[in-house]
Write a protein that binds this ligand. Structure first.
Ligand code: 9MR
Length: 403
């Protein structure tokens, strides 16, 4: 049985429901048989990507040192554990298109080459965002605010050039990032103020035109908050009604140790899945530090100075907190596994705790512990907890088979 399970598992990985740009609609039978046999033999699936194969992809954001293979410790983890990558900063407007007439693809070419070298599903992040975009984008040569037509033309040129360059190589794009305010209304970004609310539809049309087979996502944080979630659902519904190609919603997943709870996470996934699109967790991390700003926002413009109390784990995470973090990750992956039929991937926002943006947000210079690998690249108890949750797929399937 093991040999035949392995054979069809391999075949499935190459040709079946789990390949690039498509997904298993159920835990692939062969993958489950493979997991069942290895678990029954007392073996723990050794890597994240293997444990979750057939359910959804497991990814990480990578920084320049990692995709240039200068981070030995991080690179070993990336190659072993993940089968999809996102660029932490290398494909943002300010990186690839720093001046009106010049693009710079040095970093992004290396990012894509790295992904291809290790046969990853490569994500592009992100085309249209209000942050990490130079101010010249919104002005003419005299410094005056652009007209709607001129800004649309500039957006079109950017999307055509960047998506076109990686056509057939970048599998999915965050087309528009963080277009909504916390109350679910349109964020008053320069994109919105100059073009109007159809800037999102236009961005999706331009991206589809530049690479008709790329997956296209709307990506945002705090979509678990009901008002914002409703705004995003309405937005996606409107895009679909207007004929846009939209493959998925990216729930960023910058969550805290105690919220949002499992039920809210499940309801959020279900709300987007009900639109007939794929759900990805696109930037997962778990903040364990005390809150220093009023909201749970991941808005990079919200910052605060800290106090001694707001940075309690400078010499290491307490054992109690380590266990809480493991439980929290188990809770989240429990929800993801239950919803695997509608999910494409779960991507962590960084490899080790030392890499995380949360060491500097919303308060600079803190010591945070949001990921599965510690600062020395060692797996934390949360890593084992995430591997363990893959087994719940087996239990679900066992029950689903009428047992
Ligand atoms: O992780 C990124 C960090 O290195 C940058 O300094 C920051 C600047 O805005 O962006 C971080 O990534 C963000 C992502 O692009 C969009 N969602 C929120 C992420 C965390 O801020």
């Amino acid at each position: 049985m093991l040999r035949s399970a392995l054979r069809s598992f391999k075949k499935n990985a190459q040709h079946g429901g789990c390949v690039r740009r498509s997904y298993c609609v159920a835990p692939c039978g062969a993958a489950l048989a493979f997991l069942a046999v290895s678990f029954a033999q007392g073996q723990t699936a050794p890597t994240l990507k293997d444990a979750y194969r057939g359910l959804f992809r497991i990814g990480t954001a990578v920084n320049a040192a990692q995709f240039e293979e200068r981070d030995g410790r991080g690179d070993a983890i990336i190659e072993a554990q993940f089968n999809t990558i996102s660029p932490e900063n290398a494909l943002k407007w300010q990186s690839v298109h720093p001046r009106p007439d010049s693009y710079n693809f040095d970093l992004s070419d290396r990012y894509v080459a790295f992904g291809e070298r290790y046969k990853m599903f490569i994500v592009g992040h992100c085309l249209v965002w209000h942050s990490q975009v130079p101010q010249w984008v919104f002005r003419d040569v005299e410094g005056k605010t652009l007209t709607r037509e001129a800004l649309l033309e500039r957006m079109h040129d950017h999307i055509r050039t960047v998506v076109g360059r990686y056509k057939g190589r970048i599998g999915g794009w965050d087309v528009v990032n963080e277009a909504l305010s916390e109350d679910g209304t349109m964020r008053p970004s320069p994109w919105y103020k100059i073009i109007g609310d159809d800037y999102i539809l236009k961005a999706f049309q331009f991206a589809h035109e530049a690479d008709p087979s790329a997956e296209l996502y709307y990506n945002d944080y705090s979509l678990e908050n009901v008002a914002k979630r409703k705004g995003a659902v309405a937005l996606i519904r409107k895009l679909k009604a207007a004929g846009a190609t939209i493959t998925g919603a990216g729930l960023q997943g910058h969550v805290r140790i105690d919220r949002p709870d499992a039920q809210t996470e499940a309801e959020t996934i279900e709300a987007f899945a009900a639109l007939g699109i794929r759900v990805n967790i696109s930037e997962l991390d778990v903040d364990v530090l005390p809150r220093t700003i009023r909201t749970d926002s991941a808005d990079v413009s919200e910052t605060a100075t800290g106090t001694a109390q707001s940075n309690p784990y400078t010499s290491g995470l307490t054992e109690e907190m380590q266990q809480r973090l493991a439980k929290r990750y188990a809770e989240l992956f429990g929800v993801f596994v239950q919803h695997h039929r509608v999910m494409g991937r779960v991507t962590f926002w960084g490899v080790t705790d030392g890499d995380s943006w949360l060491n500097n947000f919303p308060t600079r210079g803190r010591t945070n512990y949001p990921l599965l690998f510690d600062r020395d690249g060692k797996p934390k108890p949360a890593f084992a907890a995430v591997l363990e949750e893959a087994k719940t797929a087996l239990r679900l399937s066992w029950r689903g088979a009428g047992n």
